[in-house]
Design a protein around this ligand. Structure first.
Ligand code: SF4
Ligand code: SF4
Length: 351
């Protein structure tokens, strides 16, 4: 996991009536992926720190009456010495543990141990079919990830495949969906690549490709669930007249979830590389309730360019992370917007 391929918070699962914490427990990782710019490879949180963070999360859960989920991520969370113990601890405290992993360190034995400690759902990243994945993550890593997926399934753990879609794997999304079907995982998630930091030759999609991606996700039929919770899903739904006018969507950054790094920095989303605060300064509950930047991020009317769009409540101006990284301003319109309605309105304004 890393800034570019860690799960975007809008794609996290079981989001209803829950508060989710995406918790980076270690910076250590057995891989050196092209798209990762972590330089601090040896830092992980202590188990006491983990317990303190969970106590802070429980304050949020008690106040909000929401159920809790913790997404254990890194680095590679299987490198964290307390991974099994923490899963057991979460289960004991009625918080659902989820594992976000590259899958390469999981074999039959470790998968069974994860299950025995209470893990029921894991997410494994695939960056493409074999050549593409290995080109990005290192030779042999695709096979190791597939071995991990199979081991998790055999142990009775639900598996989600996470694909971060970029120019380099755009032509493989169909094959990846079929692979998910063949492997009989439980779902496949597609998220947009956001070019944070050193891209190392990897490239984000164009707006047209983004449209094609979300059209594909709506049309593709396989027996496993295809997850598409991107703010731009609203555009496709509108065009297909599937839209429920009362639905409220868009970027989920900072809403019922937060992202916590090993250094204590709190982010609204891992793909929006701006720390809103640090738990050394304030408690998680106070940050979630009172942080002014989080409040602004949540507002649907913060994006002036989108104020005349009839999808503003459902789309919210798209991904704040993409806007920040490309436009250097998180309160601008997502540059990958492909709304025809908006293009027509812009055209009329110029006439
Ligand atoms: S114009 Fe703004 S609100 Fe409308 S679809 Fe595009 S990004 Fe979303
Ligand atoms: S910034 Fe918003 S839309 Fe973008 S990945 Fe995060 S939650 Fe999703």
């Amino acid at each position: 996991m890393n800034l570019q391929t860690s799960t975007p918070v809008c794609f996290l699962l079981d989001a209803d009536n829950t508060f989710a914490l995406q918790l980076h427990v270690t910076e250590e990782c057995n891989l050196r992926c092209k798209h990762c710019y972590s330089e601090d490879w040896n830092k992980h949180i202590s188990f006491d720190k983990f317990k303190d963070i969970i106590a802070q999360l429980q304050e949020i859960l008690e106040m909000s009456k929401l159920r809790g989920i913790v997404y254990l991520t890194g680095g590679e969370p299987m490198q964290w010495p307390y991974i099994y113990k923490s899963i057991k601890y979460l289960v004991k405290h009625r918080i659902k543990p989820r594992l976000l992993t590259n899958g390469t360190l999981i074999d039959d034995k470790t998968a069974l141990k994860l299950r025995e400690h209470g893990l029921t759902l894991a997410q494994v990243s695939l960056d493409g079919m074999q050549n593409t994945h290995d080109n990005i993550r290192g030779k042999g890593q695709f096979e190791r990830a597939i071995r991990g997926i199979n081991a998790l399934l055999s142990a009775g753990i639900e598996v989600t495949i996470m694909v971060t879609v970029m120019q380099e794997n755009f032509d493989e999304i169909d094959q990846l969906a079929d692979l998910a079907d063949d492997l009989k995982v439980h779902r496949i998630n597609f998220g947009r690549f956001i070019p944070i930091g050193n891209k190392m030759g990897l490239n984000e999609l164009t707006a047209q490709q983004t449209r094609e991606l979300y059209e594909f996700l709506h049309e593709k039929e396989i027996s496993v669930d295809i997850v598409h919770k991107d703010p731009f899903d609203a555009i496709i739904k509108k065009e297909n007249e599937e839209h429920n006018c009362n639905s409220y969507g868009g970027c989920s950054a900072g809403q019922f979830l937060l992202d916590l790094l090993t250094n204590g920095d709190v982010l609204a989303c891992r793909r929006l590389p701006v720390a809103v605060d640090n738990i050394a300064n304030n408690k998680l509950l106070d940050i979630w309730l009172f942080n002014p930047l989080l409040k602004k991020i949540r507002k649907r009317t913060s994006i002036s360019e989108c104020n005349d769009c009839d999808l503003i409540l459902q789309c919210g101006g798209g991904c704040r992370g993409m806007a920040f990284v490309i436009n250097n301003d998180m309160f601008t319109k997502d540059p990958q917007c492909f709304s025809e309605g908006q293009k027509i309105r812009n055209f009329i304004k110029l006439m």
